[in-house]
Structures are given as structure tokens and as C-alpha cells.
Design a protein around this ligand. Sequence first.
Ligand code: TMP
Ligand code: ASP
Length: 238
Amino acid sequence: MEKTAELYEGKAKKVYATSDESLCIVSYKDDATAFNGEKKGTILGKGVINNRLTNRLMKLLSENGIPTHYVEELNERETLVKKVSIIPLEVIIRNISAGSFAKRYGVEEGIVFKSPTIEFSLKNDSLGDPLINEYHALALGLASEQEIRKIKEYSFKINDILKAFMLEHGIELVDFKLEFGRLPDGTMVLADEISPDTCRLWDVKTHEKLDKDRFRRDLGGVEDAYNEVMRRLLGEKA
Ligand code: TMP
Ligand code: ASP
């Protein structure tokens, strides 16, 4: 499958059309941003790692009954996916307090929750991805009641699957962000990526951060952390 026109350039990926109208090619960049694009940088090799990790995790999820946009990995940085229209909600699942949760509610990072939480943000960088609830999403027509019910069902199931898989490899899944899209027939599938850019991943023993917080917070060792996640989850180095 060949790329034709570039459809869209995001902060971490480009999306291309193909000769098949129902398929797109996603190309992962090494560009990194934080704080809605305010902080910019490069994480060398990130595109390759995020592409391969996302595909591994998408395959795991689809084997476990979650429909996804994944079709085929084309090369180190590029993947063929089903074309979807993205539902403009960022769905965040949390198992342990961290990041904006810790800040918003004035709690320390690292509290293991009694049960996982879910929240929705409106996908809009210029507004800073504001938190919204499901009534807002319904009122604005961003998703139907049935879709919201499915998003919640899938997201908690995805959490169970990913948490168990990561734990087998010595990684604690602290929190993560998901995006869903609609196929032309209206079917909802998991889209976007699942990577150290979009998850908080801590070493299970030392609680060392193995994700994009190393970039967001200038902790150093960013590339090493991404490589370590790749090594543990895929059993290889980038
Ligand atoms: P937060 O604590 O900053 O709200 O982030 C929660 C999770 O969502 C964390 O794993 C990082 C991920 N995330 C994204 O993937 N994209 C974003 O724009 C933000 C703000 C967070
Ligand atoms: N997606 C955020 C940004 O817009 C980055 C993040 O904190 O993950 O830069």
C-alpha cells in the first residue's frame, strides 16, 4: 500500500491517504511536545518505539475482544490503519494518582486507587483539552449515549488487559489516554496510539518513571526509558 496525499500532521504523527479510501497510513515522528504544544523537543527513536509498541498492544487488545483500527505494520515507523473519524474526546483511565489528578485534587502521586477512574477531556489544544463530563459530551453531540456506554466498557476492559500484560514485564500501568473513532458504518473502534507518550509507566519495584514524564519534567534519560519499555514489552532494543 502506497501513501498518496498527506491528510493531517499532528504533534507526534502524520496521517496519509492511500489508494484505498478506507485505509490510512500513520507515520510516527520523533517530535515530542508537552503542555498542549508549549514545550517542544525531540526524543530520538521515539517514532519507531511508539509505532512498534502501539501495534503490539493493539494486537493484544484485539485478541482479547477490543475492536481497533490496526491493520498492518508497514515498516519501523509506519502502520496501515482503518480510516476513522475520531471522536473528539480524550479518555483517561487512572489506577494510581499522578499528573493532573494529583495536582487538581491536592494529593500526592502514587496513591493506589481502590478502583480505577475514568475522565473525559475535550480534544482541543487551543482550549487546553478541558475536562468535560458525559452529559457535556452528549449535549454537544460529540458521542451518542450508546457510544459513551461502549467507551466506558471498552476502556475499563483495556485497562484490565494492559495492566496485567505490563505487570508481567515489571511495569506498573499508572494511567493512560485513549481515543476512539468511527468506521464509515458507525462501528466504534480504538484508534490513535498506546505508548510511553500516552501512558504513565513506572518500574514495579523502584517506581522509576519510564514514560514521557521524563521529558515533561526534564528528568533526563528520556530515550533510555523508552528503550527500556520497548525491551521489556517486545523483548528487544530499538
Ligand atoms: P494527566 O495526568 O496530565 O491528565 O495525564 C493523564 C494521562 O494521559 C497520562 O498517561 C498522559 C496522557 N496524556 C496524553 O496522552 N495526552 C495529553 O495531552 C495529556 C494531557 C495526557
Ligand atoms: N499532548 C500533550 C501536548 O499537547 C503532551 C502531553 O502532555 O502528553 O503537548
